[in-house]
Design a protein around this ligand. Structure first.
Ligand code: FMN
Length: 193
């Protein structure tokens, strides 16, 4: 996949083929992508839990909240289209905040890009019940859950579109549950001097 095609299509996906597990070779590439991510001062403060067990994935699912712009009731994947893997992005509780948010963003995008290269879609998730997920995964008390990422082979399309006449940036779905994601034109917010 060419880099610009990857960036065009590497969207958020919220319905998956729940019958299709993610091969170990793809998980290995995602692990390598996490390892290679740039981070402030090369401190490498992040830890991960790659949750592949079907039982744990299903236990976590109710504590992840989907598509705030559409409401969770509409955005939440239905039975048969749940994710098949989660990654928990963790850091030490006493990690200094120096660049931590940027580190997490860069690492998550690396992991998501490696997955998407193999056709595995994802949804980065900040709207989660951290206490419940911590309990389910028995996360060490010294670690904090920053984000979860849901993964699976997509069961819908997601297309970048221009904002409507009113300039709304709200993403929306059609009757087949394909997503449309308005993005502003680059020339509207990037100035070249
Ligand atoms: C930090 C962050 C947290 C997010 N949290 C959630 C979430 O909890 N639930 C969800 O459905 N989507 C979540 N998203 C996905 C965004 O809604 C999505 O990136 C946005 O609508 C743009 O769509 P795109 O990723 O296809 O460009 C999150 C994205 C980011 C970057």
């Amino acid at each position: 996949m060419e880099i610009m095609e990857l960036l065009q299509t590497k969207r958020t996906y919220r319905r998956f083929d729940q019958s299709r597990p993610i091969p170990r070779q793809v998980v290995d590439d995602m692990m390598e992508a996490a390892r290679l991510a740039s981070c402030a001062g090369n401190k490498q403060p992040l830890r991960y839990l790659a949750v592949c067990s079907e039982e744990l994935v299903e236990q976590i699912f109710p504590f992840t909240y989907w598509a705030a712009a559409l409401t969770d009731a509409v955005g939440r994947p239905k039975e048969g289209s749940h994710p098949v893997m989660y990654w928990a992005v963790l850091c030490d509780r006493d990690a200094k905040d120096f660049g931590l948010g940027v580190d997490a963003g860069l690492a998550m995008d690396n992991i998501i890009a490696a997955a998407w290269y193999h056709g595995v879609g994802s949804c980065m998730m900040g709207n989660i019940n951290r206490d419940k997920i911590r309990e389910i995964l028995s996360v060490d008390p010294s670690l904090e859950i920053l984000y979860m990422i849901a993964f699976g082979y997509p069961a819908h399309r997601s297309t970048v579109v221009d904002p409507d006449a009113a300039g709304s940036l709200n993403y929306y779905m059609d009757e087949d549950e394909n997503f449309y994601v308005p993005k502003r034109k680059a020339s509207d917010f990037i100035e070249i001097k």
